[in-house]
Design a protein around this ligand. Structure first.
Ligand SMILES: [Zn+2]
Length: 573
């Protein structure tokens, strides 16, 4: 439970007196904690797009420091460009026909080698070698890249969204493959897509979910315009490349690949490409669950965004699957007061009341609480670290009682967010004129609660801290947190994929500080998991919601292949 120690919410990661939070071990002011080891060790674990304001500052500082050192580019070697794609891209720029272009023929030996490699890859995947050999992954990868570039070019910035055009583009691709697709709107322009690839019916369906809306993109600072879908050095650039049009297109192409293989799995595979995730999903996934629940069939599992295969320093891969999420409790504080001319102010105005309330919140620090999924997450990561960190993560509850370790641990914004509720002031509104005192002034707070927290109790605490009955607290978005079983058949299938396709990479059930549309489906009884089969470095992750968002052609191709392997592994259980 929150302890109520006054602190600075502008800097939730500052070194603090841990004794107040945990009730023991007073820290000595003279002992400055050592440089955080965790923020280095866990740098690969940052979940893209879920940073607090503090995290953004940190990222900005890193960028500035890199610029000072003259390091502008990713140190990660870039994948070799796909020649076919580059040729097509050049063709597009020259205004040539986009489709049906003759491919340059490759030497027969290369083709034979490619076919042999596919058979070997299929064997490694533990699947049916003839099936995998029949699928032309290179061609599927090229098609995936083309479809993604086309969909990125459809501007679906939310607000207002306008996802129908993107949903229609995906529907055309599916129908060209003989897969029936339906596009429906929750309101004009807010379209979502549903498609269902029939299986042999031995097991309940699995849903692949991704959203088609994107966060706004200011073209300043981008290497290419954010809605160009440009291809350079083996990467597709554009808003939504990773979050989440790239995911939607890989999921769609997995249906296409399974259809082309002629060997259905034992489950129906349902694709949902939805509107409105970025502003809470009420006009997309939420609308579907409420108004079209029949589209979910009696699905057992759902896969969506949330986590992925992390590429840590030294090239080590760690598969993280989000099984639980923090939950949003977005609120608006509204202060009222007498309006008037700025030259003759009364003692109290709406603006001064609001500032006083925000200052009280700024001084308040929420308490540390280690919830079970978070404890299990760090315990699972422990074997990947060296001593003494390994033991501390394995027994995190005990370790956090040491104020020095707590300070070190919470210096990393993501780790800090995983052990407490957070409150981040974001939107401020007052008068539009310098010389006019407004009657209303408001502030929006992006609060995030740990799994198991009750929003009503949190709001009561918020009112208690503000201690001003004239300030109205309105809830903008709130729902209870949910989680999925980390020992399910789907998790077993992901472990099988990691063993056969990812060199035995460890599989870690994770908790993410942000939220996805998963909760709508968990509430409907579908076990939902945040896992995208892309291998992403920290540099890749930083492009989500940032500038130069991009996904590699290699990830698109391997993503489709891995997803097909995963669905087949799920099928054979
Ligand atoms: Zn997203």
């Amino acid at each position: 439970m929150p302890c109520g120690e006054p602190v600075d919410i502008e800097n939730p990661c500052r070194t603090t007196d841990g004794s107040a939070m945990l009730g023991r071990h007073r820290s000595r002011g003279s002992n400055r904690p050592p440089e955080s080891l965790l923020s280095i060790c866990f740098s690969s674990n940052t979940t893209a797009g879920q940073f607090t304001a503090h995290g953004q500052e940190t990222d900005e500082e890193i960028r500035k420091s890199r610029a000072r050192r003259g390091v502008n580019k990713s140190v990660r070697p870039e994948a070799a460009p796909d020649e076919d794609l580059l040729a097509r891209e050049r063709g597009k720029r020259r205004g040539m026909l986009l489709r049906g272009m003759t491919r340059p023929s490759r030497p027969i030996l290369t083709r034979c080698f490619a076919r042999a490699a596919l058979v070997v890859a299929a064997a490694l995947l533990g699947g049916d070698a003839s099936l995998a050999a029949d699928l032309d992954w290179r061609r599927l990868g090229s098609e995936t890249t083309e479809v993604l570039a086309d969909v990125i070019r459809i501007d679906t910035q939310n607000p207002p969204g306008g996802e129908t055009a993107a949903a229609n583009a995906l529907a055309r691709k599916l129908e060209a493959e003989g897969i029936r697709a339906e596009v429906f709107e929750s309101s004009p322009g807010r379209g979502s897509l549903h498609a269902r690839l029939p299986g042999s019916g031995g097991a309940p369906p699995v849903i692949l979910l991704a959203h088609l809306d994107v966060v706004p993109a200011d073209p300043r600072g981008w290497r290419f315009p954010p809605f160009s879908g440009a291809l350079e050095h083996g990467y597709v650039y554009g808003r939504g490349a990773l979050d989440a049009k790239g995911v939607a297109v890989v999921e769609l192409m997995a249906l296409v690949a399974l259809k082309r293989s002629g060997q259905p799995i034992d489950r129906d595979v349902i694709l949902l490409a939805t509107a409105d995730e970025e502003t809470g999903g009420k006009a997309g996934a939420g609308w579907i669950v409420q108004h079209r629940p029949e589209l979910l069939g009696n699905a057992e599992y759902l896969l969506t965004e949330g986590d992925h295969i992390h590429l840590a320093h030294g090239g080590r891969k760690v598969v993280q699957v989000a099984v639980a999420e923090k939950t949003p409790c977005w609120v608006k504080l509204i202060a009222r007061g007498e309006g008037g001319h700025g030259s003759t102010p009364p003692a109290q105005t709406a603006v001064t009341r609001l500032i006083r309330a925000l200052d009280k919140l700024r001084r308040y620090r929420t308490g540390v609480r280690l919830v079970r999924p978070v404890e299990e997450y760090f315990a699972a990561l422990a074997p990947l670290e060296r001593e003494p960190l390994r033991s501390k993560l394995a027994h995190l509850s005990e370790a956090l009682e040491d104020p020095a370790f707590l300070a070190e641990f919470t210096r990393n914004p993501r780790q800090n967010a995983l052990i407490r509720n957070t409150m981040t002031p974001t939107v401020l509104e007052g008068s539009p004129k310098t010389n006019v005192i407004p009657e209303d002034a408001s502030a929006q707070l992006d609060c995030r609660l740990l799994p198991g927290e009750r929003p009503a109790e949190f709001l009561a605490l918020l009112r208690e801290v503000i201690a001003d009955e004239t300030i109205r607290v309105e809830t903008l978005l709130s729902f209870p947190a949910s989680s999925s079983d980390s020992t399910s058949g789907l998790m077993a299938a992901i472990r099988k994929l990691a063993a056969t396709d990812l060199g035995g990479a460890p599989v870690i059930p994770s908790v993410i500080p942000g939220f996805t549309d998963s909760h709508y489906f968990r509430d409907h009884g579908v076990a939902s998991y945040g896992f995208v089969p892309f291998v992403l470095s920290e540099d890749d992750e930083k492009t989500v919601h940032g500038i130069n968002e991009r996904v590699s052609v290699e990830n698109l191709r391997d993503g489709v292949r891995r997803l097909v392997a995963l669905l087949r592994a799920l099928s054979t259980r």
